[in-house]
Design a protein around this ligand. Structure first.
Ligand code: MEV
Length: 329
């Protein structure tokens, strides 16, 4: 039996536009998904998930089996979670050259599912690391990132950037532009996160932006403008100019709103953060519901979010410099 964990992340800038080759800057945060894997002596997969949302679930299946999952949470939540775990299992089997390996898998996550904090990338990354190690193969963080990216591509119908999975595999702040992924230096930023208790479907949201971009020039221009903004943001990051970073984050939120990926509760939390004096605030991740990230060194934003209708939880997040790692069993 082996255990691996990997961090979630927030996007300082650039989600969605990164799918079209623009740069993005995600930062790993100290909230992790932990995946325990134990090889079985048949080809079945049994998944027990805890804390993916408020309820856990257990599913057991094998290829070609028509067993109905025995679950007590919504079908779409299960499908989303199982899709990523399934794709991670396939990658681990392929890396180890054991196509029929069966596993008992337990997922424990501090990251709400589908809420923009990179839960799927963290589960996929930790799952591939644990699955391969259980089969006696050690992959580098770069190899785990590559396989996790392929797994996400499969689940998201061929539309995913390398940003989420690379950040989760390596930790820290990273810059991703197309296939070019690298670590960057970032000061410890005063992140405050607001969570509306909801979730968005990344695949659907990415497809929605693609449809808008195909129909309207303004959407294609907006995506390019996000790229310009990210390049300015990188300069502010290098200069340690936290005030400009905040301002650019707020601009980035406006551009994401124009692409139709915000929601009433995300906008409400962004405005509550701004009114409380945050340096800046934006939705993070695919959007549609889930989380915002604000910059505020004081307690004001967290307190304001606690009283904001539509905000279920507000908390501080620290940059996590550790990526995917083996945990003690
Ligand atoms: C989702 O966390 C981030 C998106 O940019 C999709 C991706 O990069 O694969 C919306």
């Amino acid at each position: 039996m082996v255990v691996s964990s990997a961090p979630g992340k927030v996007y300082l800038f650039g989600e969605h536009a990164v799918v079209y080759g623009e740069p993005a800057v995600p930062c790993a945060i100290e909230r992790r998904a932990r995946v325990t894997v134990e090889a079985r002596d048949d080809d079945r997969i049994r998944v027990h998930a805890e804390d993916l949302s408020l309820n856990g679930f257990t599913v057991e299946y094998s290829d070609g089996s028509d067993d109905a999952p025995d679950v007590d949470v919504s079908e779409s939540l299960v499908q989303a979670g199982i899709g990523y775990i399934d794709a991670a299992v396939e990658q681990a089997r392929e890396a180890a050259g054991e196509p029929d390996a069966g596993f008992d898998i337990t997922v424990e996550s501090e990251i709400p599912l589908g809420a923009g904090l990179g839960s799927s990338a963290a589960v996929t990354t930790a799952g591939i690391d644990a699955g391969t190690r259980e089969l006696g193969v050690e992959l580098s963080a770069a190899e785990v990132a590559e396989r996790a990216y392929r797994a996400e591509l499969e689940v998201q119908n061929g539309e995913a950037s390398r940003a989420d999975t690379f950040c989760s595999a390596t930790g820290g702040a990273v810059r991703v532009e197309g296939d070019d992924c690298r670590a960057i230096d970032a000061p410890d930023l005063p992140f405050v996160i607001g969570f509306d208790g909801g979730a968005g479907d990344t695949g659907q949201l990415v497809a929605g932006v693609r449809a808008l971009r195909e129909e309207y020039d303004f959407a294609a221009d907006t995506i390019e403008s996000i790229g310009d903004l990210v390049r300015r943001g990188e300069q502010a990051l290098t200069a340690g100019d936290v005030e400009e970073l905040g301002e650019l984050m707020s601009f980035n939120h406006g551009l994401l709103e124009a692409l139709g990926v915000s929601s009433r509760s995300l906008d409400q939390m962004v405005w509550a953060a701004r009114d409380a004096g945050a340096l800046g605030a934006k939705l993070t991740g695919a959007g549609g519901g889930g989380c915002i990230v604000a910059l505020d060194p004081t307690d004001s934003t967290e307190t304001a979010l606690d009283y904001t209708p539509g905000c279920e939880d507000a908390f501080r997040a620290e940059l996590d410099t550790d990526g995917v790692r083996a945990e003690a069993e």
